[in-house]
Design a protein around this ligand. Structure first.
Ligand SMILES: [Zn+2]
Length: 253
């Protein structure tokens, strides 16, 4: 952070107890009954363990999508920081609504996959702000699906996975307009047997990274044209980043 550090302070990496603040991306119980949480913080991703789960006043804080403040204890060589205290700093109850929850789940899973622990220092704050804004949008915007599409592509680009949209992913021809069923990018008419994307879908794919979130939100692709965008996103993430389990919920809905 920017606060001056007194010369008597230990270097941060040797500090044992630390305060962290972030949004819960994933949580799971170990067979021993410990609770492990993955959080996105302005300093990057953090995984920490609550031994024996959390009881009493801390128990409800570590739910999915909650913004929490943690007191963690890390010994050199430990794989996971140990959570000593957890407090709720903010929650978005509307994310529990059935028409919104799948999109929040997808974004959290994507962020967990995209951002690694111990890196992201240069763009950590940006990634955190983008993700926190995405959850707020999914909670409150009248079109949570569009928020999720825009923010998924934005998060991918920020993490270093922008889609190529100016050249056919297979032959390099200019101005590709057809979906690539394998890689999720775009193909020219000679390389694809699938129908071309709609003009607004193409405009979105070609402009989403360059345009601001607000500009993207103001020009939504019609809902009936979004299925190929979701499919492309799923394929692209699967090939470039890794497996996301949240997609089937979207296609089922
Ligand atoms: Zn081609």
């Amino acid at each position: 952070m920017t606060q001056p550090v007194p010369h008597t302070a230990r270097p941060v990496r040797r500090q044992r107890s630390a305060s962290r603040s972030g949004v819960v991306l994933r949580r799971w119980k170990t067979p021993k009954g410990d609770l492990i949480v993955s959080l996105l913080t302005p300093q990057g991703k953090l995984r920490a363990i609550a031994r024996g789960g959390l009881r009493g006043k801390h128990a409800g804080a570590l739910n999915l999508f909650h913004h929490v403040g943690l007191q963690v204890y890390a010994r050199p060589g430990d794989e996971l920081a140990v959570i000593q205290q957890a407090s709720l700093e903010g929650a978005l109850p509307r994310l529990a609504l059935p028409e919104r929850h799948p999109y929040a789940h997808l974004l959290a899973e994507l962020a967990d996959l995209l951002f690694q622990e111990g890196e992201a220092d240069e763009y950590g704050q940006q990634a955190f702000d983008l993700f926190a804004g995405a959850l707020r949008g999914v909670a409150h915007h009248h079109d949570p699906e569009w928020v999720a599409l825009v923010m998924s592509y934005k998060l991918l680009a920020l993490a270093g996975f922008p889609q190529r949209t100016r050249m056919c992913a297979r032959c390099g021809a200019a101005d590709p307009q057809h979906p690539d069923p394998f890689g999720g990018e775009l193909l020219c008419g000679r390389c694809s047997h699938q129908r071309a994307l709609s003009p607004s879908s193409l405009d979105f794919l070609r402009g989403v990274v360059r345009r601001s979130v607000r500009e993207n939100m103001d020009h939504p692709v019609p809902a009936e044209d979004r299925a190929p965008l979701w499919l492309g996103l799923e394929r692209f993430v699967g090939v470039q980043v890794g497996r996301v389990r949240s997609w089937p919920h979207l296609h089922a809905g």
